[in-house]
Design a protein around this ligand. Structure first.
Ligand code: SAM
Length: 337
């Protein structure tokens, strides 16, 4: 007999069915990007609060029974987790009624040249690599670290071992890298990758976000159109990026305009922080503690109920435009970007 308590999907009050789980493997990062963290970092999570690999795999296994089909590992910097290859192998071994999970990872690429092959062998299929600039001095200014060469080596390694499709992410910032957007697109296309530009979101620990200074998705497209002919691809479904063919294809570019053009209606994402808090939105103020019940020995049905209860509280939208919008207490690096 089918146990409906274990199969009823993660549906919210607005009928959105959740299929995508972002799992943060650590809140620590090897860079100190100005739009994300202060120069001195932020107070790190205590290691005793971090989910063990066994605990996080269990949460994902239960989530997969509730309809989750894709899992993206993130952080902080997920490749700083010492057992990241074991985490990937354990998640790749899980089976859903539709087969294995689609497993991807978002990284700054610094440790990828050594890890790309082991991660692929463990079952990782895709990576998104963050690179905001191709200029070394600018990279140092943005990230406060002299590590552009490692990120570039990580990108090459991902391409060589066949982690595909390869996506490169840049935060597009007025007066910082807005003169480089076309070069980043060309760089990505030369490597068979897709460049994606993200709008700055109010999620940084230093609270530097300034709406008045936002480089919007529309402005990003205007800048790119001066150099390329952009043709919209088909409807994006629940994917955050709106995609365009570049000069007729096969290369393409994506724009993630979460602030100026929210796509909350189609959101199918939920999140698990490295310390075991389940979140229904990046911008949510409420978190649902799964770590305490996990460690208290609850069964899978209770874990599933906790996830469904969290999803039922999901708001219609992130509310950035609302006059009473307040940034979440935790920064992006601690939630899992
Ligand atoms: N360390 C990994 C990386 O660099 O991709 C994963 C975590 S990082 C938080 C994920 C993405 O979030 C990066 O592409 C980063 O540029 C982006 N990000 C960080 N802070 C942001 C902000 N305030 N607004 C928009 N994107 C942000």
């Amino acid at each position: 007999m089918i146990n409906t308590a274990m199969t009823a999907p993660l549906v919210d009050r607005f009928g959105r069915v959740h299929r995508d789980l972002r799992v943060s493997l650590t809140d620590r990062c090897s860079l100190r990007c100005t739009y994300c963290m202060p120069a001195d970092g932020v107070p790190w999570l205590q290691s005793s609060t971090l989910l063990t690999t066994e605990e996080l795999v269990r949460v994902v296994r239960v989530a997969a029974q509730l309809g989750i089909r894709s899992v993206r590992l993130t952080g902080g910097e997920p490749l700083l987790r010492p057992d990241v290859v074991d985490v990937v192998a354990a998640l790749a071994a899980l089976r859903t009624p539709d087969g294995p999970l689609e497993l991807s990872l978002t990284t700054n690429g610094l440790r990828l040249s050594g890890l790309a092959a082991p991660l692929r062998d463990a079952g990782l299929t895709r990576v998104n690599i963050s690179i905001d600039t191709l200029d070394r001095a600018r990279f140092i200014e943005i990230t406060r670290r002299d590590r552009l060469a490692q990120t570039l080596a990580g990108i090459e390694a991902a391409a060589v071992v066949g982690l595909a499709p390869l996506k490169l992410n840049a935060l597009a910032m007025r007066g910082v890298n807005d003169d480089e957007l076309g070069d980043l697109v060309a760089f990505a296309i030369e490597r068979g990758a897709q460049m994606r530009f993200i709008e700055h979101m109010p999620l940084d620990a230093g609270h530097t976000f300034d709406r008045a200074n936002l480089l919007t998705g529309a402005e990003i497209l205007t800048i790119l159109s001066e150099r390329f002919t952009l043709t919209p691809k088909d409807a994006r479904g629940s994917a955050p990026a709106k995609e365009f063919w570049v000069d007729g294809g096969p290369g393409s570019v994506g724009v993630i305009a979460s602030v100026s053009t929210p796509f909350c209606d189609a959101c199918d994402r939920v999140r698990l922080t490295a310390d075991g808090q389940f979140r229904s939105c990046l911008f949510a103020h409420d978190e649902h503690d799964l770590r305490t019940p996990l460690r208290a020995g609850v069964d899978d049905v209770e874990l599933a109920d906790a996830m469904r209860a969290a999803v039922l509280l999901k708001k219609a939208s992130h509310g950035i435009d609302s006059p009473d919008f307040r940034q979440p207490d935790r920064p992006m690096s601690a939630i899992g970007g």
